[in-house]
Structures are given as structure tokens and as C-alpha cells.
Design a protein around this ligand. Structure first.
Ligand SMILES: [Zn+2]
Length: 84
């Protein structure tokens, strides 16, 4: 999975979680709110754990630029994770 695909998957999970939390809040459904918050957190954690600079390991946050803001290394958004 490329970095871009990982980021997209994490965003989908987080957005679904946020939506479920909202629906649960309006319906007064505690388990839906809990599940939604869990998914929201899970998506954010997945992003923070996987979408990192291959050179310095820093989380890329919401910056999807071509270079790492910390060390200036090129980010292989569409390349497989490899140590070439
Ligand atoms: Zn870096």
C-alpha cells in the first residue's frame, strides 16, 4: 500500500467515525457514539503511525507536499515502501 492509499484509508475511517459519532449524539445512542469515536481515533492513529517520512520518521501531518518539512527528503507518495 502506498502512502497516499494509506492516508486515504485512514481519512475514510476517521470521517466515517466522525459521522457515526454525530449520528449517535443526535440519536442519544451511546454505543454508536463510542464506536464512532473509536473509529475516528483509529483513523487518526493509523495515519500518524503509517504516514511518515521514510528518511527521518517524522509524521507528515496534513501536509501532502512533495518534500518532508523537517528534513527535506522527497516523500514517495505513490511508491511502495522500500529501502532503496
Ligand atoms: Zn523527513
Amino acid at each position: 500500500m502506498t502512502l497516499r492509499e494509506t492516508r486515504r484509508a485512514a481519512a475514510v475511517v476517521a470521517v466515517l467515525g466522525a459521522w457515526l459519532t454525530l449520528v449517535g449524539t443526535q440519536a442519544g445512542s451511546v454505543w454508536r457514539m463510542g464506536l464512532g469515536l473509536l473509529a475516528l481515533l483509529g483513523g487518526l492513529i493509523l495515519d500518524a503511525a503509517q504516514v511518515r517520512c521514510p528518511a527521518c520518521g517524522r509524521w507528515l501531518r496534513w501536509d501532502s507536499g512533495p518534500r518532508c518539512a523537517a528534513c527535506g527528503a522527497e516523500i514517495p507518495w505513490d511508491g511502495e515502501n522500500s529501502s532503496t
